[in-house]
Design a protein around this ligand. Structure first.
Ligand code: 13P
Length: 241
């Protein structure tokens, strides 16, 4: 059976002080959270140290939002896997559509980053998904198939999470219908050599829709943007029924 992984992706939000304030509000809500789910916070690099200092004894795992493919080198503005491992990071988001759209990330660089993460024992959360135009043109299935084919070359599927994030549903309030997300996630699973890879849905996940999303048989978790910034809201999401 696939593991369930609920991850918050804070994107470029929260200072260190705001991170501490979030933890003070959030951690107290996890006492009755069932053991069947992994909880991850993928935060800006500057907030990673705050998590590693304040999550001792907690079940919350630390996540980053990117990783370079080299261990070190002249790559201004990048961060390497050994640097993340040193501060206690376990998960790393790779190939988010915002990285692909605004920072020139390609399937080739996504593949290099996935390999580097795995080499150092990090669990990558690989993001795939289509634009509104691609969906309108009936290209969703072929685009996702191509992304997976290129991103997953020589990737170990026993140490991997995939997030299906339709770009038109990100930050728009326009959630993909749970049944449709379930269908695409089933399609993703059919292309994997390991059917137990946890596959998340991401895109306007909220306390109001998490129960329906998690009731879908193919969906093994959620990658949550805006709604993970609120301690109470994200607590309701991780405590989905
Ligand atoms: P929202 O939940 O804000 O739509 O963002 C989704 C996302 O991009 C998570 O990685």
């Amino acid at each position: 059976m696939s593991k369930t992984v609920i991850a918050g992706n804070w994107k470029m939000f929260k200072t260190q002080a705001e991170t501490l304030e979030f933890l003070q509000g959030f951690l107290g809500h996890l006492n009755d959270t069932p053991d069947d789910r992994e909880i991850v916070l993928c935060v800006p690099f500057t907030a990673l140290g705050v998590l590693s200092k304040n999550l001792h004894g907690s079940r919350v795992k630390i996540g980053a939002q990117n990783v370079h493919w080299e261990d070190s080198g002249a790559y201004t503005g990048e961060i390497s896997a050994p640097m993340l491992v040193e501060v206690g990071v376990r998960y790393v988001v790779i190939g988010h559509s915002e990285r692909r759209q605004y920072f020139g990330e390609t399937d080739q660089t996504v593949n290099l980053r996935l390999k580097a993460a795995q080499k150092h024992g990090l669990i990558p959360i690989l993001c795939v998904g289509e634009t509104k135009e691609q969906r309108g043109a009936g290209e969703t299935e072929s685009l996702i198939t191509l992304q997976l084919k290129q991103d997953l070359v020589d990737i170990d599927q026993s140490n991997l999470v995939i997030a299906y994030e339709p770009i038109w549903a990100i930050g728009t309030g326009d959630t993909c219908e749970a049944k449709e997300a379930n269908r695409i996630i089933g399609l993703i699973r059919s292309q994997l050599s390991n059917p137990e890879v946890p596959i998340q849905y991401g895109g306007s996940v909220k306390p109001e829709n998490i129960d329906e999303i998690m009731a879908q048989p193919e969906i093994n978790g959620a990658l949550v943007g805006g709604a993970s910034l609120s301690p109470e809201g994200f607590a309701r999401i991780v405590n989905y029924q």
